[in-house]
Write a protein that binds this ligand. Structure first.
Ligand code: PYC
Length: 310
């Protein structure tokens, strides 16, 4: 299986160029459902240790249904198949440029959440115009054992987010374990309480926001992903959901650019324009770097062929 690995602000992406399962030729959302229900062994074997690594997101290339798109792509981590992935889209654009498959300029990728537009400005810098993002419920409360009552915004940015601002725990690298445990408890409590999307979609990511400690930066976040690891980047879909929340609250004007940092300090430049359905059209700019161009091996005699499952 030929893969190219990259990282976007420290968050790894593995682009799978061949060897994926046959998912048919239907809409990408249907192909993503098929990947989740029928081929978990495939994506887990690529994402889990020892072949994969914590926080890695896979990007399986598939033919697009829309011929104007450079590729179709389905993203996943070791916990779930994703609707969209912002850092993965930046990594994918840099990877396709590395392979000589796209040039500097603007291209479209088809994802299960919809078509996104990417502009590759140089070998490493990419701007993503994400799918329309929206605030679903402001100030949704949930009781969480040991943490008390937590208040957060439910918002969509290609995945489903519960955004807590301000964070009850300082967003610092020293607190990554504490933030992870709190995020898992909050996600579980929110889903048990029935919080989520309009059609009952569960919360798949939890975001803690706090003011920056660097001049010129708007805010710093910690994002818990479905595989229970934290996003090393500021999370493209999470930043999109956050823009929708800021726009709905009237605290960020259309076109105003802000810098959002991740818990490890990697930045995205963010802005939005009003969307056609009452949400926002987010713009996310970040950088990715290729780290490996390699072939994965699957030995039938390997007791951990399908990855370590604890
Ligand atoms: O950048 O959208 C993102 C993302 C989702 C999960 C990990 N990164």
């Amino acid at each position: 299986m030929h893969v190219i690995d990259s990282h976007t602000g420290g968050e790894p992406t593995r682009v799978i160029l061949d060897g994926g399962p046959d998912l048919g030729s239907g809409p990408l959302a249907e192909r993503a459902r098929r990947l989740a229900s029928d081929h978990a062994d495939f994506y887990l074997s690529v994402m889990r240790e020892p072949r994969g690594q914590p926080a890695m997101v896979g990007a399986l290339l598939v033919p697009p249904t829309d011929p104007s798109c450079a590729t179709g792509v389905i993203y996943f981590d070791a916990g779930a198949v994703l609707g969209m992935c912002g850092h993965g889209t930046i990594g994918l654009a840099v990877t396709l440029a590395h392979l000589g498959r796209i040039d500097i300029g603007t291209h479209k990728f088809e994802t299960p959440a919809g078509i996104v537009e990417v502009t590759l400005s140089d070998a490493n810098t990419v701007t993503v115009r994400n799918v329309e993002s929206r605030l679903v419920q402001a100030d949704a409360q949930v009781r969480v054992e040991r943490l008390g009552t937590i208040t957060g915004d439910i918002a969509y940015g290609g995945n489903w987010f519960y955004i807590i601002d301000p964070s009850p725990i300082p967003v610092t690298p020293a607190n990554i374990r504490t933030l992870t445990d709190a995020g898992i408890a909050i996600r579980n409590a929110a889903n048990a309480a029935g919080l989520g999307g309009e059609a009952g979609e569960p919360i798949d990511h939890v975001v803690f926001q706090e003011p920056p400690n660097t001049p010129g930066v708007h805010s710093r976040n910690f994002v818990l992903c479905p595989d229970d690891t934290y996003d090393r980047s500021p999370c493209g879909t999470g930043s999109s959901a956050r823009l929708a929340s800021l726009a709905a609250r009237g605290t960020l004007a259309p076109g105003q650019e802000i810098i959002q940092q991740s818990v490890i300090g990697s930045p995205y430049h963010l802005s939005y324009q009003p969307g056609p359905n009452g949400g926002v059209l987010p713009t996310i700019t970040g950088q990715a770097f290729v780290t490996a161009n390699t072939h994965l091996m699957f030995d039938a005699a390997d007791p951990f062929r399908d990855g370590i499952a604890l």
